[in-house]
Design a protein around this ligand. Structure first.
Ligand code: ADP
Ligand code: MG
Length: 404
């Protein structure tokens, strides 16, 4: 397992006393906003345990985060000052705002903050050195602090000054949310209980080629659904009508299936499907048919009920599941049926204790919420890009830098 230090280790340094010490905490505050108001505070709630634990131990906590894409320049519409009140209300503490991330103004804030005090520094991407991972910027930020804690897994696929560079200049630790994510992901793919199943769905093969290539080496069952299953079906000679299908990738799909066979991974494709002539919710006519009966003017929009039942049986034989991508066009009823049914099976098996289930991806999380089972999975990652890069088997620079 990947070795990294956690807050438990931080509490042990210097005789176990962070009281009065300055801790830089990288968090994810890239919050969705509408008309100047935060519409979802999930990311703040994810960071709260780490921030409160450090503050309660008497540390002076300096929060670092990026917001939007200001491209290295100050921008009043992308200032983190806009989220201070949200952070305060989630934490239930006063939070001081600092319009800089290094230099004398930050030193002043550190001087004013009492032990246990919390300050939010300005949007790190206002400085060009952030995305360039400039070591001078990292050193300047570090000059005002004693320790660095990274609690932003969702930004760990970027090697930026505050996601990676700081770990090289300060004693570094994973925050609680980062720790939970790394432990869950480790259980899912690095050292899983077998058999392992992966569900990969979503629109296109092209967006998840590296995920599929990596998974066939890692898992025992690869369940392919969603639009991308059509490309695999076409590779097997099935006429998929007007379905979303990347015909130029059928050779790649074949290659993935050959590699799967070589490494003992069973690929599951749907053998019945829900089809419609319209790409719309509740279309006037839709039907379930065998994959070999799709008409030339029909589209495959969901996996069929017989296939879902067979897939549920596969999950029953497995100990671990990793899921990315819906099985159908779940935004349009009734094409959410397969996704919802399989998600409920996975949730029930998890509750029974027979399955460890880890899921991630923007639409996947939305689909699990729709099914009402996100809370029943072992772990649901809200880190979009970082989760996918992890599923591709890539080393995330922000995580690698924390490794002890
Ligand atoms: P995630 O965000 O979880 O990584 P993706 O973005 O890869 O997932 O895929 C989600 C999208 O795939 C959804 O918008 C869904 O409508 C679409 N999709 C799934 N199945 C089909 C299908 N059979 N035909 C067309 N689109 C589909
Ligand atoms: Mg998506």
């Amino acid at each position: 397992m990947t070795q990294f230090k956690t807050l438990d280790d931080l509490h042990k340094v210097d005789g176990g006393n962070v009281h009065g010490k300055v801790v830089l905490v990288r968090v994810d505050l890239n919050l969705p906003m509408q008309d100047g108001a935060v519409t979802d505070d999930t990311r703040v709630r994810a960071a709260a345990p780490t921030v409160l634990e450090l503050a309660d131990a008497g540390a002076k906590v300096l929060l670092l985060a990026h917001f939007g894409r200001p491209k290295g320049e100050r921008s009043s519409t992308q200032s983190l000052s806009m989220v201070v009140s949200t952070v305060e209300s989630v934490l239930g503490r006063e939070v001081m705002f600092c319009p800089e991330i290094y230099g004398p103004v930050v030193a002043q804030v550190v001087g004013i903050l009492p032990p246990g005090g919390i300050a939010l520094l300005e949007n790190t991407r206002f400085w060009k050195g952030e995305e360039a991972n400039d070591p001078e910027l990292a050193a300047a930020i570090a000059a005002n602090a004693d320790f660095y804690v990274n609690d932003a897994f969702s930004a760990a696929h970027r090697a930026h000054a505050t996601t990676e560079g700081l770990a090289h200049v300060l004693p570094s630790f994973a925050g609680r949310s980062m720790e939970a994510e790394l432990v869950a992901l480790g259980k899912a793919l690095d050292h899983p209980e077998r058999p392992v199943a992966a569900v990969v769905g979503g629109a296109k093969v092209s967006s998840k080629l590296d995920v599929l290539r990596h998974l066939v080496d890692k898992v025992d069952h690869l369940i392919i659904g969603g639009g991308m299953a059509n490309t695999f079906l076409a590779a097997r000679g099935v006429a998929v009508g007007k379905s979303l299908c990347e015909h130029d990738l059928t050779a790649t799909a074949d290659e993935i299936m050959v590699n799967a066979e070589k490494s003992g991974c069973t690929v599951h494709l749907p053998y019945d499907v829900a089809v419609s002539k319209e790409f719309a919710a509740n279309p006037a006519s839709f039907r379930v048919c065998n994959v070999h009966e799709v008409e030339a003017d029909e589209m495959i929009l969901d996996v069929g009920p017989a296939a879902v039942e067979a897939l549920a049986d596969v999950l029953k034989t497995c100990r671990t599941l990793v899921w990315n991508g819906p099985m159908g066009a779940f935004e349009m009823e009734p094409f959410d049926t397969a996704t919802v049914a399989l998600a409920r099976t996975a949730a029930a098996l998890t509750k029974e204790g027979s399955l460890i289930s880890v899921a991630g991806g923007g639409d996947t999380v939305a689909a699990l919420n729709l099914a009402g089972v996100a809370g029943d999975f072992t772990y649901v990652s809200t880190a979009g890009g970082a989760f996918l890069e992890w599923m591709e088997g890539r080393v995330l620079p922000g995580v690698a830098a924390l490794e002890a």
